[in-house]
Design a protein around this ligand. Structure first.
Ligand SMILES: C[S@@+](CC[C@H](N)C(=O)[O-])C[C@H]1O[C@@H](n2cnc3c(N)ncnc32)[C@H](O)[C@@H]1O
Length: 270
């Protein structure tokens, strides 16, 4: 018996940061390739517990930052993290609703930042979100994404089977079987009105740049992670849920053949 509706609620309750492919390395990869000037307006879609919002602000204090998420549990954790890091006056958060417009004006953002959100949408939700992101980006604005995608050798049937198991075990799919594929992801983004400036698999990436490998400004966010871990260890409910998630993870993803990879992209609205 678990105490959460889906595994993301559990991770939100214990302040988990960088809930995406390659973790912090994935976010640093995006930061390196985003080539930000440092004064842009940035919106993070699906900001989770807010770790990337804080990382962005610490690396580029001049950014105007906001984030949004569907989950109130995630937003509560993000709000606490941002306050804990002393950034509550500088970061705005929005509660979003599935299939409803993002509450931001047309052509208002220089950057939309997304990590592990698009690939877990169904076809219709993905289409809707890509249109919404295009609407809020300024012409020439950047869409910066890290999504975990099925590798080309994985058939749609295999991906669907794994998704069913994940849905049963964790309450969410691993990645959309039709769209979130390494072999067609670039086409999907391009047909929605973007040109691709950069793309690449995260694991093989080494060019993180000296400033971005430093944690010294981000220590309060790390401490917030640590407080979440402590909560998990002392609270019987969270400890038992965490053990179950790890056990189920080993059962569902037991194959030694690699089926997914984290993939970074910087695209530009035209
Ligand atoms: C795997 S988590 C990643 C969280 C965060 N981006 C990170 O990397 O740590 C996916 C997040 O996307 C949010 N989400 C899913 N669908 C969404 C949607 N349509 N709009 C906004 N947020 C969404 C979830 O609530 C969750 O916080």
């Amino acid at each position: 018996m678990t105490h959460y509706k889906n595994v993301l609620d559990h991770y939100a309750n214990i302040n988990t940061s960088f809930l995406h492919g390659a973790g912090i390395k994935g976010s640093k990869h995006l930061l390196s390739e985003a080539k930000l000037a440092g004064n842009e307006s940035v919106f993070e879609l699906g900001c989770g517990t807010g770790a990337s919002l804080v990382l962005l602000k610490h690396n580029f204090p001049g950014l105007a930052i906001s984030g949004g998420d569907l989950s109130q549990t995630m937003l509560n954790a993000a709000r606490k993290r941002i306050r804990f890091c002393g950034l509550h006056k500088e970061v705005t958060l929005y509660k979003l609703q599935q299939n409803q417009a993002i509450p931001l004006p047309d052509n208002s953002k220089d950057v939309v930042w997304i990590e592990s959100v698009l690939a877990i949408q169904n076809d219709q939700q993905l289409d809707f979100l890509l249109k919404e992101i295009h609407r809020i980006l300024k012409p020439g604005g950047k869409l910066i994404i890290n999504e975990t995608l099925w590798l080309p050798h994985v058939t749609i049937e295999q991906a669907n089977r794994l998704n069913e198991e994940c849905q049963k075990a964790f309450g969410i799919i691993q990645a959309n079987a039709n769209n979130a594929r390494l072999d067609n992801w670039g086409d999907i983004i391009e047909t929605k009105g973007y040109s691709i400036d950069y793309h690449g698999c995260i694991e093989s990436y080494s060019n993180l740049g000296p400033s971005l490998t430093s944690w010294k400004n981000n220590h309060r966010s790390r401490l917030f992670d640590f407080l979440g871990k402590t909560k998990r260890l002392v609270n019987i409910k969270y400890r038992s849920d965490h053990k179950t998630i790890i056990q189920k993870g080993e059962q569902v993803i037991s194959s030694r053949v690699k089926v997914l990879n984290a993939y970074a992209m910087v695209a530009r609205k035209y």
